[in-house]
Design a protein around this ligand. Structure first.
Ligand SMILES: [Zn+2]
Length: 277
């Protein structure tokens, strides 16, 4: 297997999006694994979700472990209350610690957050949904989005790009996007209702490459590919988009998977931040 764009760190609790950190030394960007934490089954061990009935103290301890590994204090973190919608919010230092200790205190009903301020760590929770990372190198503009099938067909990916173009004065061709570890079409079967929405958002022709019929009314859907197509439609050049090959369901040794674990499982975090002295 080719090395993935996300490289597992020695402590095995986080994976770094190395292609971006090689080019931007002050960038902290990656995805956590399920390993190296203190939670017990079914959250063993590095569960970072406060909303999944794990013991709160353990989740906060796990977050502290990640914070130490990244050298970004919890007082610099910003989390969101994710609702499978497509709202995007710009966050600032005024939002620090939101959702770090209480899920409901996160940036309200928001699945996409971004900032151009340094020394903040943006983070969102995942267990199969697609983590999207956005970055404009010379402007320290960084963002994250959470795209399950609902957020995907509501085009949260395109929303982030359009918001940056209209409100942050950047060109779509200046934006880089990474598509992180998430459930692959190897493990993700959906029904007609979902495929109809995919067809609707992408158009009948373009959507055809993103799914295969497995049986009547059952389709293997490549959510990463749908997001990639939406990012391209929003004007980001193909060469600016990189995609992780990891399937969260296949790689049981690394990831929690909502589908594989039948809903009883932990959460990984996607994270991005800029360090400035
Ligand atoms: Zn798979």
């Amino acid at each position: 297997m080719n090395p993935d764009i996300f490289q597992l760190n020695e402590h095995e609790s986080t994976m770094t999006l190395q292609k971006w950190t090689e080019e931007s030394k002050d960038l902290i960007v990656g995805f956590t694994t399920k390993n190296g934490g203190v939670s017990h089954h079914p959250f063993a061990s590095l569960n970072l979700g406060l909303h999944v009935n794990d013991e709160k103290e353990k989740v906060i301890q796990n977050r502290q472990i990640v914070s130490d590994n990244l050298n970004m204090s919890l007082s610099q973190w910003i989390c969101a209350e994710q609702v499978h919608e497509n709202k995007i919010v710009k966050v600032t230092t005024r939002d620090v610690e939101k959702g770090v200790y209480e899920y409901k205190d996160g940036v309200q009903a928001t699945d996409g957050i971004y900032t151009n301020e340094p020394n903040l760590l943006l983070s969102l929770c995942f267990a199969d949904c697609v983590p999207l990372y956005f970055f404009v190198p010379n402007q320290s503009l960084i963002g994250l989005a959470h795209a399950g099938w609902k957020g995907t067909v509501k085009d949260i990916a395109g929303n982030m790009i359009r918001k940056w173009v209209h409100e942050e004065n950047v060109l779509a061709k200046e934006i880089f996007v990474a598509i992180g570890p998430s459930i692959g079409d190897c493990c993700y079967v959906v029904d007609d209702r979902v495929i109809e929405e995919v067809r609707h958002v992408l158009g009948y022709e373009d959507s055809a490459v993103s799914y295969q019929i497995v049986s009547e009314g059952q389709y293997a859907l490549d959510l990463k590919e749908v997001n990639k197509l939406l990012i391209q439609k929003a004007g980001v050049p193909t060469e600016n988009i990189i995609t992780s090959s990891y399937c969260t369901s296949c790689h049981e040794e690394l990831f929690f998977s909502h589908r594989r674990d039948k809903g009883q499982t932990g959460r990984m975090l996607s994270y991005i931040g800029f360090r400035e002295d």
